[in-house]
Design a protein around this ligand. Structure first.
Ligand SMILES: N[C@@H](CCC(=O)N[C@@H](CS)C(=O)NCC(=O)O)C(=O)O
Length: 228
């Protein structure tokens, strides 16, 4: 029997991995169709060729005409509705926050600013240079200097918004962790990680690494040595 969902997107894509982490964590069965952004396949699922799209074949055991759900926030809402447990939400007090919506504040900062700051500012140019053998290490450091500083400040802000230990909200795993993990797992693969990642961020990623969902979604990612 084929699974009720198909996740469209290369495992290398950070947003795709966020959704894969959620599906895995909640025990939802899915196939994954790898594609890079803006490839014909991606465009056939997403009106702007972005990743991911979740193709819904079945809801609650009932077959439906395939529904294409795009945009990670919409997909997360769907996943939460059909599989509320185990919850990836927080409650007031978790990680010291006053209200539960603080998790969505961080998710939004990660989704809208995290990708350009981590990936375009640092990881992609650095990986390209490592793969091509040029520009040299010295040259690439100059090229991404501004991006590295921006990322350092960005991560300081994120760190100021999360709990001092454990997951982003202490003992409560949440969507914030699943939006942050793919970005920082990529960052860990480049030399800038050692300069930028604070002890808190390193401890956080160490906790995340222990999750079976993290292990299950690793193949095909930069941290597994893959390329898109
Ligand atoms: N708003 C989208 C953003 C998704 C996104 O940026 N995905 C990346 C891959 S990880 C992408 O498709 N990028 C293509 C581009 O930036 O042109 C969402 O939340 O799903």
């Amino acid at each position: 029997m084929s699974p009720p969902f198909t996740l469209i997107g290369t495992p290398y894509s950070t947003f795709t991995r966020t959704i894969a982490l959620g599906l895995q964590y909640k025990g939802l069965k899915y196939d994954q169709t790898p594609t890079t952004p803006h490839a014909d396949l991606a465009k056939s699922y997403h009106p702007f060729g972005y990743l991911p799209t979740l193709v819904i074949h079945e809801i609650g055991g009932k077959k439906v005409d395939d529904i294409l759900l795009r945009e990670s926030h919409a997909i997360v809402r769907f996943i939460d509705r059909i599989a509320p447990e185990p919850s990836l939400h927080i409650s007031a007090g978790d990680g010291g926050v006053a209200i539960e919506e603080k998790m969505w504040e961080v998710v939004s900062l990660l989704a809208f600013l995290g990708f350009p700051t981590v990936e375009y500012g640092v990881v992609k140019p650095r990986v390209q240079a490592l793969d091509d053998g040029h520009p040299s290490d010295t040259e690439v450091r100059v090229q991404i200097k501004e991006g590295v500083e921006k990322l350092r400040r960005y991560l300081e802000v994120i760190e100021s918004l999360i709990a001092p230990e454990g997951y982003a909200y202490g003992s409560k795993l949440s969507w914030a962790d699943f939006f942050l993990y793919p970005l920082l797992a990529d960052l860990r693969m480049v030399p800038e990680w050692a300069e930028i990642a604070s002890p808190r961020i390193k401890a956080w990623i160490g906790e995340m690494d222990k999750l079976p969902a993290v292990e299950a979604t690793k193949p095909g990612t930069l941290s597994a040595g893959a390329r898109p």
